[in-house]
Design a protein around this ligand. Sequence first.
Ligand SMILES: *Cc1c(COP(=O)(O)O)cnc(C)c1O
Length: 385
Amino acid sequence: MLNDYQLLRIPGPTPIPPSVQRAMTKPMIGHRDQETKDLLKQIKPKLRKLFGTKEDVAIVAGSGTAGMEAAVVNTVTPGDEVLVLVTGAFGDRFVKICEAYNLHVHRLDYPWGVALRPEEIQEYLLHHPFIKAVFATHCETSTGVLNPIQELAASIKEVTDALFIVDGVSSVGGVEVNMDDWQIDICVTGSQKALMLPPGLVFIAASKNAWNTIEHNQHPRFYLDLRKYRDNQQFDSTPFTPAISLLYGLEQSLQLLDSEGLANVWKRHQLMKQMTRAAFEAHGIPLLTNDTDASPTVTAIQPFNFHPDNVRQLVKKEFGLVLAGGQQQLKGKIFRIGHMGYCTPADILQTISCLELGLAKLGILYNVGIGVNAAQHAYLRGGSP
Ligand SMILES: *Cc1c(COP(=O)(O)O)cnc(C)c1O
């Protein structure tokens, strides 16, 4: 049995709710038939709500990176100046995409584990008036930092007409995102994080302002041409064969988010963050980020007296508990717990409890239970510190 048991607590892919799993096993339907139109029609308003926008959200078959690439090829052309804000591995990926398309890339790097500073970025933009787009990561999954996107949008819009493009892959569906109010021009998210689906879909929302640029942008593109998706979406259709099984799953996962209520979903994620952090603080095991910068969807732990990969290996073998390691410069230095999507406070208690046992078995800690206890108290406080 144990071979078939898994506690998947990485920051994506995330576990799938049983009702979503069932929805995805429905028989295939014709992608040009009424059934698919009905499915897309159901999905449309719920996606708008999720992104906090009145605009339609494009659904593209591909991984999250396809959405990041779409944001680039639809808005800028080679030689254009762009600013990429790098707070970790995913900010770095935006740089690589922009470089691949021969853009003139300005990059602002922040130490991995801290959030970006909107006022510094405003200053930078004042000195570089030709920048056409600013790229940022909302939740930097590699460090567990949630960047202050609302404040950043406000500072950017105060000084420039540049488009503001946000990677919301590990935030949308777990954290509030309000595109229209906050003035985000493009926001991208993927299916395999807080949306509780398998990998394979990416969602791209664009503001009126962004559509204006997309419409006239000369950069060549075909599969990722957002105009095709928008034009078809008016008729509840897609330009190419959609990933129909994933759409069935999406309809159900959006239904689950809707019935819980988005505000409650965000609260649940906030609570899971506080519980997780409280457990490690109780043990004196350092966290990579401070309370203010920490994301409600993923927590990075940076131990000083044990190798994170040893405990990851042990809890996987003993309990089927799967945790993520560090990426790039944080490889071997941290481990990460994903708590987004199909995850509840009950899962956090289980994760912490298994981790404590793993650390005890490795001879690293003796007080098993004080982490669980701290998480329980954080729960009883309703997530307030
Ligand atoms: C997971 C993730 C992505 C997308 O990665 P893919 O492997 O292409 O799906 C992009 N940005 C962030 C912040 C992510 O967490």
